[in-house]
Design a protein around this ligand. Structure first.
Ligand code: ACO
Length: 317
């Protein structure tokens, strides 16, 4: 059975940047509070006419160009998203249309902030099974569409963006470079991250409960992903967790047992929480800036609504 590996990455964010001072003019908050409690300085916000498909297609086009593949090489397009308004056709089908990908299986996947790592595992399994040779795996969100701009406890957190990865079957005896996934959910806690208001759905969460869950129960899951990939946490070159906020990231990675030289993704500072887009976007930027060298081994780890988690160790292109 062949393995698979990530061969190229891409990312895209809308041009409009919303600062903490901009938010302080909208709700009762301050740059100081937001930075101290969340680490976030800015987030990118899509225009009214800019859709999840627009964001996804931009990131995917970059990944495809970097991979040097023809659109017809792609056998699977999957978009992890919880904010796509168009359910038919799926965002993935629309991206395939935009990029001229003729015959791929296309589907969207909603697993909240664990969505990209979940989609990556599904694509890896598809390639391993021989059902596709090359796949586009995308995380794309327009969180601003489900943001309650009058709720200071959530509107300061969220942002828009997209990240994409091309994955391809390995050749000959080459080992797979996408490690076994560790995934699951705890539906007894599902109320902790949810949408409220049926007619105009808005993001809501019990922030402290989520914080306690992530920092109390997920470090051992992250270590399990390393164990399944046959790597000690101390030998990782980097960690890209879901970019929920800086405090939660630092509290989580502190418990994994990394070396001092391991690179920790902190894209949340400039991008806010972009749900399923946060892991591929942060990974693509680290690789683009060469902060993680080709061949570097990185733990990807998503968590959020469900409450769900998914993570795996990957080798960077
Ligand atoms: N500005 C000023 N004050 C604020 C703001 C704000 N933007 N937001 C809340 N406050 C106030 C509250 O009203 C409260 O005031 P009170 O004590 O007078 O009632 C006080 O600050 C403390 O509020 P908390 O909600 O308890 O603040 P906390 O320290 O818990 O920080 C935060 C909130 C940042 C959301 C934190 O709970 C957290 O990081 N939770 C984790 C959430 C998470 O990771 N979710 C990810 C999964 S879901 C997803 O990613 C899509």
């Amino acid at each position: 059975m062949p393995g698979s590996r990530i061969t190229a990455l891409g990312h895209f964010q809308p041009t409009r940047v919303l600062t903490n001072d901009d938010l302080a003019a909208m709700v009762d908050t301050s740059d100081e509070w937001i930075r101290r409690r969340t680490g976030i300085a800015t987030r990118h916000i899509a225009g009214d006419a800019e859709s999840v498909t627009d964001l996804a297609a931009e990131a995917a086009a970059k990944a495809l160009a970097t991979a040097g593949l023809a659109p017809s090489d792609i056998g699977l397009v999957t978009v992890a998203t919880c904010t796509a308004i168009d359910r038919l056709p799926s965002t993935a089908a629309q991206v395939a249309g935009r990029l001229g990908i003729p015959n791929a299986v296309t589907y969207d996947l909603n697993n909240g902030c664990a969505g990209f790592c979940t989609a990556l595992a599904c694509a890896d399994h598809t390639v391993r099974a021989g059902a596709a040779r090359h796949a586009l795996v995308i995380g794309a969100e327009k969180m601003s569409h489900i943001t309650d701009w009058s709720d200071r406890s959530t509107c300061v957190l969220l942002g828009d963006g997209a990240g994409a990865a091309v994955i391809s079957a390995t050749e000959g005896d080459e080992e797979g470079a996408i490690g076994p996934v560790v995934w699951g959910s705890d539906p007894t806690r599902s109320h902790a991250v949810r949408l409220v208001d049926e007619w105009h759905p808005k993001f809501a969460q019990e922030g402290q409960a989520v914080f306690r869950w992530v920092t109390g129960e997920l470090p051992h899951v992250a270590r399990e992903a390393c164990a399944k990939a046959g790597i000690a946490p101390g030998d990782l070159d980097g960690v890209v967790t879901h970019q929920a906020n800086l405090r939660i990231i630092e509290a989580l990675v502190r418990q994994i047992g990394l070396s001092e030289s391991a690179v920790i993704a902190r894209d949340v500072v400039n991008s806010g929480n972009t749900s399923a887009a946060s892991v591929p976007m942060a990974l693509a930027k680290l690789v683009e800036r060469r902060e993680i060298a080709p061949g570097g081994r990185v733990l990807l780890f998503g968590f959020g609504s469900g409450l769900s988690w998914a993570g795996q160790v990957v080798t960077c292109p």
